[in-house]
Design a protein around this ligand. Structure first.
Ligand SMILES: Nc1nc2c(ncn2[C@@H]2O[C@H](COP(=O)(O)OP(=O)(O)OP(=O)(O)O)[C@@H](O)[C@H]2O)c(=O)[nH]1
Ligand SMILES: [Mg+2]
Length: 338
C-alpha cells in the first residue's frame, strides 16, 4: 500500500466506513514487517482524530458474565444514542482457539446493530503484541467516530494491567457467590478497578448478589483507590434481565466527571491519566522492540547458547551473562574477560 492509499484508508476510517475500519484494524494487527510500516503511517494519520471516546475496560474470571454483560450494556448504550465498539484482549484464545467465535454468537444482537462494532481478539501473538495492537485498534475506533470503546479481557493478571493502561475506567465484574472470591484476586488487580459490578443479580441469586456487594464494599475500605478523587462503587446488575445498566453508565459518567473536575498542572486528572498511559505504552514499546532487536542481533545469537549453558550449569551468574549479551549487542565487548 502506498502512502496515498494509506491516506485514502485513513480518510475512509474517519468517515466512519465500516469496511475501512475492519481493514485498518487488520492492518494494525498484522505482524508482517511491510504491514507494520503502513500501520505506522495509518496511525500517524488517525491519531489527531482519536481521543474522543469514553474508554472502558471490562474484566472478570471466566464465566462471570462478561460477554452477556457487554451485549446488554452495549444495547443499552446504543438505545441511548451512543456508538459502541467492543475489542477483546484474550490471551486464552490461543489456548482454546474458542472464545473468539463464542463471543460473536453471545453478542449476536449487538453484533448486528448498525451503531456497534465488535472485534474479536487477534490470536497467535504474544500478550504484549495483542495488547499493543488492541490499543491501536482502540484509537482507530475512536477515529471512526465511536464514542464508547469497550475493551474486554479475561482474568489473567498481565493482560489486566495492559488493559487498565489503555482505558479511562476499569471495571471488575464479580460473581454473586460472595466475599471468598476476593481472596482469589491479586490485591494488585483489585486496586486497578474503578468500578465493581456483581453480576447475575436475578432469580434465586438476587439476595446472594446483594450480600456479596455488601461484603465487597466492606473489603474495599482496606484497599487503596486508584485515584484520590474517586472511591470505587460496588453495584449489582443482571444482564439477562437488563437491570442495572443505567446505574453502571451513570457511575462511568460520574467517574469521568470526578477526574475532569480534579484540576492539575497538566489540565485535569483525566488528561494526566491518558498522558501517563501514553508514556507507559512508549516504554512497553521500547522494551518489546529492544528485546526483539537484541534476540535478532548476530553477535548476541552467536554467544547466547554458550552463555545460557553456563548459566544453567551454575558456572556463570545471570547478571554477568546478561552484561556480556548486552555488550555483544552494543558492540562494546572488551575482548578480554569482563
Ligand atoms: N442468571 C444469570 N446468568 C447470567 C447472567 N449473565 C451471564 N450469565 C450466565 O453466565 C454464564 C457465563 O456468561 P458469559 O457471558 O459467557 O461469561 P464470560 O465472562 O464472558 O465468560 P468467558 O468468555 O468464558 O470468560 C452463561 O451461562 C450466562 O448465561 C445474568 O445476568 N444472570
Ligand atoms: Mg466471554
Amino acid at each position: 500500500m502506498s502512502g496515498d492509499r494509506t491516506e485514502a484508508l485513513a480518510a475512509r476510517v474517519r468517515a466512519g466506513e465500516r469496511r475501512a475500519l475492519a481493514q485498518a484494524i487488520t492492518l494494525v494487527e498484522s505482524a508482517r514487517v511491510d504491514h507494520r510500516e503502513q500501520a505506522e503511517a495509518l496511525m500517524n494519520a488517525l491519531l489527531p482524530a482519536s481521543g474522543g471516546a469514553q474508554r472502558l475496560g471490562i474484566t472478570g474470571v471466566p464465566g462471570v458474565g462478561k460477554s452477556t454483560f457487554i451485549e446488554a450494556f452495549g444495547l443499552h448504550l446504543i438505545a441511548a444514542g451512543h456508538r459502541v465498539a467492543v475489542l477483546a484482549v484474550d490471551p486464552s484464545s490461543q489456548r482454546s482457539g474458542g472464545s473468539i467465535l463464542g463471543d460473536k454468537t453471545r453478542m449476536q444482537e449487538l453484533a448486528r446493530a448498525e451503531a456497534a462494532f465488535i472485534r474479536p481478539s487477534p490470536a497467535g501473538t504474544s500478550l504484549g503484541g495483542v495488547a499493543r495492537r488492541t490499543r491501536e485498534a482502540l484509537l482507530v475506533c475512536e477515529a471512526a467516530g465511536f464514542d464508547v470503546v469497550i475493551v474486554e479481557t479475561v482474568g489473567v493478571g498481565q493482560s489486566e494491567t495492559a488493559v487498565a493502561d489503555m482505558v479511562d475506567i476499569f471495571v471488575l465484574l464479580l460473581q454473586p457467590g460472595g466475599g471468598d472470591e476476593l481472596q482469589g484476586f491479586k490485591r494488585g488487580i483489585m486496586e486497578l478497578a474503578d468500578l465493581f459490578v456483581v453480576t447475575k443479580a436475578d432469580g434465586e441469586l438476587t439476595a446472594a448478589a446483594a450480600r456479596a456487594a455488601a461484603e465487597y464494599r466492606g473489603a474495599l475500605q482496606f484497599l487503596r483507590p486508584p485515584s484520590p478523587h474517586w472511591r470505587p462503587p460496588v453495584l449489582t446488575c443482571s444482564a439477562l434481565a437488563g437491570q442495572g445498566m443505567a446505574e453502571i453508565w451513570e457511575a462511568v459518567v460520574a467517574h469521568r466527571k470526578a477526574l475532569e473536575a480534579a484540576k492539575t498542572a497538566g489540565g485535569d486528572e483525566l488528561t494526566d491519566k491518558r498522558a501517563r498511559q501514553a508514556k507507559t505504552w512508549l516504554w512497553r514499546e521500547v522494551n518489546e522492540s529492544l528485546l526483539v532487536a537484541l534476540r535478532a542481533h548476530p553477535a548476541v545469537a552467536a554467544r547466547l547458547p554458550a552463555l545460557e549453558a553456563e548459566v544453567t550449569a551454575g558456572s556463570l551468574s545471570p547478571t554477568v551473562a546478561a552484561r556480556r549479551l548486552l555488550a555483544a549487542f552494543l558492540g562494546t565487548e572488551s575482548g578480554g574477560e569482563g
